[in-house]
Design a binder for this molecule. Structure first.
Ligand code: UDP
Length: 241
């Protein structure tokens, strides 16, 4: 099967996926391998938008646990996503993939500001658009950013590339041998059962806007391409079963 199933996708990459086993910062080889996997999809003619997290550098929660004001700590988290976005941009451009970083927090020396219509135009020109700085608002996550941007740009699907798990399980498979992996779920099941997929704000946004989600492991090379080609991998979450 080589025909892409989707015309326009949002790939959500957690910051940790760029940190490898060290769990912190950026590992150049891993960033490169992620970029190579993204290029495979671009080469199929699919329009790719990327939303990257920042958990490998900073999470707002850490700051608020230290006694920082939550909003400030969250702004630090958003800035962390900008660093990851620039690393991915660099890696993709080294592979000859045209990219644009659009930031939800204005920093014109570093990135374009987020302008929806401009983002869509870049996608139509087959440039990879990397959405940085989350939604630009504290108290949100980059999962919610992925849901929001997917709705705004009319993406066909969100591909949630995980580094620590290959789908959605009934319990944590690392600590519970009886954990069962789901092939298909509805957003309502995810929310009602409190399954660890994305935060509830992101889940409801996807549900309300009828955006399907595929959760899979990025640790297996070629998985982003498989997901785009409609191969059954990971767990698919939809509005209706
Ligand atoms: N963040 C935020 N608003 C957003 C997106 C992100 O405040 O719209 C902050 C928040 O503090 C979060 C951090 O940025 O902890 C990093 O994002 P996230 O935790 O989603 O990254 P990931 O877990 O995907 O690496």
């Amino acid at each position: 099967m080589s025909v892409p199933q989707y015309k326009r996708v949002v790939i959500k990459l957690s910051g940790e996926a760029l940190a490898g086993d060290q769990g912190f910062g950026l590992v150049p080889n891993i960033v490169k391998s992620v970029a190579e996997q993204i290029k495979e999809v671009v080469d199929l003619g699919v329009e790719v938008a990327l939303v990257v997290g920042g958990g490998n550098i900073w999470r707002g929660k850490i700051g608020s646990e230290m006694g920082m004001e939550r909003a400030n700590a969250d702004y630090m988290g958003m800035l962390a996503t900008v660093m990851n976005a620039l690393a991915l941009q660099d890696s993709l451009e080294n592979l000859g993939v045209e990219t644009r970083v659009q930031s939800s927090i204005v920093m014109t020396q570093v990135a374009e500001p987020y302008i929806r219509r401009k983002a869509v135009r870049h996608l139509e020109k087959k440039r990879v658009v990397i959405f940085a700085a989350g939604t630009g608002n504290p108290y949100f996550s980059t999962d919610t950013t992925a849901a929001l941007r997917a709705a705004e740009i009319n993406a066909d699907v969100i591909l949630m590339a995980k580094n620590n798990v290959d789908g959605v399980y009934s319990a944590d498979p690392k600590t519970n041998a009886d954990a069962v992996k789901y092939d298909n779920l509805t957003y309502l099941e995810v929310i009602q059962q409190g399954l660890q997929v994305m935060d509830s704000t992101a889940s409801t946004l996807c549900m309300d806007n009828d955006i399907p989600l595929i959760v899979f492991s990025i640790m297996e090379n070629g998985n982003i391409k498989r997901a785009v080609q409609g191969e059954t991998i990971g767990t698919v979450v939809r509005r209706n079963s």
